[in-house]
Design a protein around this ligand. Structure first.
Ligand SMILES: [Zn+2]
Length: 99
């Protein structure tokens, strides 16, 4: 079980306890404590979700950077003779190799 699932389980449990308390008409300090506990776990889950989203974005950025680096490498040197090329060149000016 992941930490997030564990927190979710605790939230479900606290919600059940709160429901039981509400059905008996009880609303006291303990009820407030349960609600606070639930909010804390919910906050932790939200924080974990935000971190996961951030990680996903970092992944995509790395991927894009990887592609642009590969593209610029291909545009800089001729693979056949090593001549320096313009990034817009379609043929090598030295050996005529198609870039
Ligand atoms: Zn060349």
């Amino acid at each position: 079980m992941t930490l997030k699932e564990e927190y979710q389980k605790k939230i479900d449990l606290v919600n059940k306890l709160l429901k039981d308390r509400k059905s008996t008409g009880k609303s006291d300090v303990t009820t407030a404590e349960y609600e606070h506990m639930r909010d804390v776990y919910q906050y932790r889950i939200d924080a974990m979700n935000r971190i996961e989203e951030k990680r996903k974005k970092v992944h995509v950025n790395n991927y894009e950077e990887m592609i642009s680096q590969t593209a610029s490498r291909r545009g800089t040197f001729c693979e056949k003779c090593g001549n320096t090329l313009k990034s817009t060149a379609k043929f090598c000016g030295s050996c005529g190799n198609q870039v």
